[in-house]
Design a protein around this ligand. Structure first.
Ligand code: GUN
Ligand code: ZN
Length: 435
């Protein structure tokens, strides 16, 4: 088996950075080597040392002067919303009813789902994202297309068929029994196949009856190791309507808690307007609040208190994500640029080390997958992104005055997009240049 040896500046995180000068939080190798064999990183360190350990034939790829990092992780997006992105709406509920639900109805057709799946993975890879956590549509066909394409490309993906049985068009509704049965089928057919992970996916409390929430609870009990994903506290009108639908619950978070859905594998999209009680409940359960900055700004949903949630006495675990198609970019660089601006508006500082931590190891930890992805450690999956901070003339000009690694990262985040992604390796194979 031929090995691949990558050369360049290696950057990966070992813990959450505490400040802009926290050099203990990352490993940076200015002339680094990564040896890849059979989809895994088998050596990582100074180039000369790694090179000396190469035994078999190795194809050497010189990425100098670029940065080599773990592939980006996108913790929340919607595979059937590639043609919803850039829809003009006043707010979340109008956007869902006017554009999103009608569009998702088309995913009952396998041919359509398969076509969009091809574009979906192309777009992720083009933007340096190697793992994503996705909602499919309600139709099993959409989950089949999503997982089949991930298998074909050998990508580590998390996804689920959404369960929804009310408050949406007829073509987008299942029933508690159907949602349960089809999710079980999808788990049996796809979970653990290749690098696929199935997530139990009740869309949100507005579109699930109490009977469907009970079916979700049954799935969560039967498959305690699986991720659960849903939406929580995104928009004030949504919160009000949700609480009217579940009057016995003390707040939005309590609805999910009552159905046993608060746990350390649960990923809650948005979580913008949580009360202290809700944040405490999330923290105690180890649930993850997934920040989707471009979406929150695009839909006018609100400003997510990322820093404040992290420094509470009972801190809340954080993920970061694009939320396509409420979000407006596939790029995790663009996403963290908007995350930065949201913290600015809140009078907080999100430093660039933190941003890159969140896109890589932070998200991997929030997914409980840090033993496989989000690092350049020996033994992890060789999912890698190569970044060029001088990708455009304007970036190259700014690079002339950049002196430090954090400055370079900040430039990449502020001005970068898919043009800054030189290559994306999926399980050791160059995937971006193959598109
Ligand atoms: N809440 C329920 N469904 C959705 C969705 O598709 N996008 C967003 N942003 N919020 C939701
Ligand atoms: Zn979403």
């Amino acid at each position: 088996m031929t090995q691949t040896l990558l050369r360049g500046r290696l950057l990966s995180f070992v813990k959450a950075p505490e400040s802009l000068t926290d050099s203990e939080s990352y490993r940076y190798e200015t002339d680094g080597g990564l040896l890849i064999n059979n989809g895994l990183i088998v050596e990582s360190g100074p180039y000369a040392e790694v090179k000396a350990k190469v035994t078999a034939d190795a194809v050497e790829i010189d990425h100098r002067p670029h940065l080599i990092m773990p592939g980006f992780i996108d913790m929340h997006l919607h595979f059937p919303q590639m043609q919803v992105i850039a829809s003009y709406a006043a707010n979340l509920l109008e956007w869902l009813n006017t554009y999103t639900f009608p569009e998702e109805c088309r995913f009952v057709e396998s041919a359509h789902a398969q076509r969009i799946a091809g574009h979906f993975y192309d777009e992720l890879v083009r933007h340096g994202t190697t793992t994503a956590v996705a909602y499919c549509s309600v139709h099993k066909t959409s989950a089949d297309a999503f997982f089949a394409e991930a298998l074909k490309r050998n990508m580590r993906m998390v996804g689920g068929k959404v369960m929804m049985d009310r408050n949406a068009p007829q073509g987008l509704l299942d029933t508690p029994q159907m949602g349960y049965d089809e999710t079980r089928q999808i788990i049996a057919e796809w979970h653990g196949k290749g690098r696929n992970h199935v997530a139990i996916t009740p869309r949100f409390a507005i579109t699930s009856t109490p009977a469907q929430m009970e079916a979700t609870q049954a799935l969560a009990r039967e498959f305690p190791d699986l991720h659960i994903q849903t939406h929580l506290s995104e928009n004030h009108d949504e919160i009000k309507f949700t609480c009217e639908l579940y009057p016995e619950a003390i707040d939005y978070t309590d609805i999910y808690a009552r159905y046993g859905l608060l746990g350390d594998k649960t990923l809650f999209g948005h979580c913008i307007h949580l009360s202290d009680r809700e944040a405490d409940a999330m923290s105690e359960a180890g649930s993850v609040a997934v920040h989707c900055p471009t979406s929150n700004l695009f839909l006018g949903s609100g400003l997510f208190p990322l820093k404040a949630l992290g420094r509470r006495e009972k801190p809340v675990r954080i993920g970061v994500a694009t939320d396509i198609g409420g979000g407006s970019s596939y790029s995790m660089l663009r996403t963290m640029d908007e995350a930065y601006k949201i913290q600015q508006l809140l009078g907080e500082r999100l430093n660039p080390l933190e941003s890159y931590y969140h896109m890589t190891l932070g998200n991997a930890r929030s997914l409980s997958l840090a033993d496989r992805i989000g690092t350049l450690d020996v033994g992890s999956d060789a999912d890698i992104v190569v970044l060029n901070a001088a990708a455009t003339p304007a970036m190259a000009l700014k690079m002339e005055v950049v002196k430090t690694l954090p400055e370079e990262l900040f430039l990449l985040q502020t001005m970068g997009d898919d043009r800054a992604i030189v290559e994306t390796y999926v399980a050791g194979v160059a995937a971006k240049s193959a598109i």
